[in-house]
Design a binder for this molecule. Structure first.
Ligand code: GLN
Length: 278
């Protein structure tokens, strides 16, 4: 690409990639907001900016997700650093956060556990909105924990404790009022794993055995040992896993079992409340 104006750079990029992606990449290279691009269409890029933009456009045309190229993604009302070590936060996961916030009273101390925290998007958003609560966030990947640690510091959250570990393994004896998780739930042989952005995301965070239910099964089976009486478990799951999740919750004597639809109308989160039989 030859150095040219903002309009020329975007026009040229749009021959190979989506217009919104081109805009986000150019905003990143120029370190400006969308409004700047709109109000400075004739601004000429330096040759360094042009080279960097061309490099990013090429990588996007090869499939690399925009969030990894610019190193960030908006989620709920915050912006998170993302690297290839973590799943890119998705809009449907905001449902899990919304439901969690409804269960956590505003001015009350609550202990919340986020399993498989990745970038920390779920845990940090809950922590930011419920400063009286204490959140524990766990991930098997120490690289993911580094990213969530960075986000915690950058967003100035101090009611989170981050730990590396497998699901509940590091938590002996602790009890929580609410456990949330967006675990891997795509079946290992699902062809979507070989398509689009999913090809570039950590497979460990996306897919699991038992038709995508292995982690969900483990979490539902084990969660009762880590919940207080009347504590809640909320899980994100695949488009066709709501009934299976509700059945598994019922098998473990959860009550108030319910599934909730995302904005696309797909049952995306299921959960229940643990009532010990006295
Ligand atoms: N919602 C993601 C997808 O299907 C999967 C996220 C997950 O496995 N937790 O693209």
């Amino acid at each position: 690409m030859q150095p040219g104006t903002i309009t020329q750079a975007l026009t040229s990029a749009c021959r190979g990639i989506d217009r919104v992606d081109a805009r986000l990449l150019l905003q990143h290279v120029l370190d400006v907001e969308h409004a700047f691009l709109l109000t400075h269409p004739d601004k000429v890029l330096t040759s360094q900016q042009t080279d960097e933009f061309s490099r990013l456009v090429k990588r996007r045309s090869e499939g690399m997700p925009v969030a990894y190229l610019i190193g960030r993604r908006d989620f709920y009302d915050l912006t998170f650093k993302v690297t290839e070590a973590v799943l890119i936060p998705r809009p449907e996961t905001e449902l899990l956060v919304e439901l969690a916030l409804k269960l956590i009273p505003d001015n009350q101390f609550c202990k919340v556990l986020d399993l498989g925290t990745g970038s920390g998007a779920i845990a940090i958003t809950i922590a930011k909105h419920r400063p009286q609560s204490q959140i524990t966030a766990i991930d098997l990947s120490s690289e993911a924990i580094s990213v969530s640690r960075w986000n915690t510091a950058n967003l100035e959250v101090n009611n989170i404790s981050l730990r590396t570990g497998s699901w509940f393994d590091e938590l002996s004896g602790e009890k929580f009022d609410l456990i949330v998780s967006n675990p891997p739930y795509v079946a290992e042989n699902d062809p979507h794993l070989q398509q689009g952005d999913l090809r570039f995301e950590p497979q460990m965070a996306l897919s699991t055995g038992n038709n995508g239910l292995a982690c969900i099964r483990h979490i539902i089976a084990t969660a009762p040992d880590y919940l207080v009486n009347n504590g809640w478990l909320l899980l994100e799951h695949g488009y066709d896993q709501a009934a299976a999740c509700r059945r598994l919750l019922g098998d473990r004597d959860f009550s108030n079992i319910c599934s909730y639809p995302d904005l696309a109308g797909i049952m995306r989160v299921s959960g229940g409340q643990l009532n010990f039989i006295m």
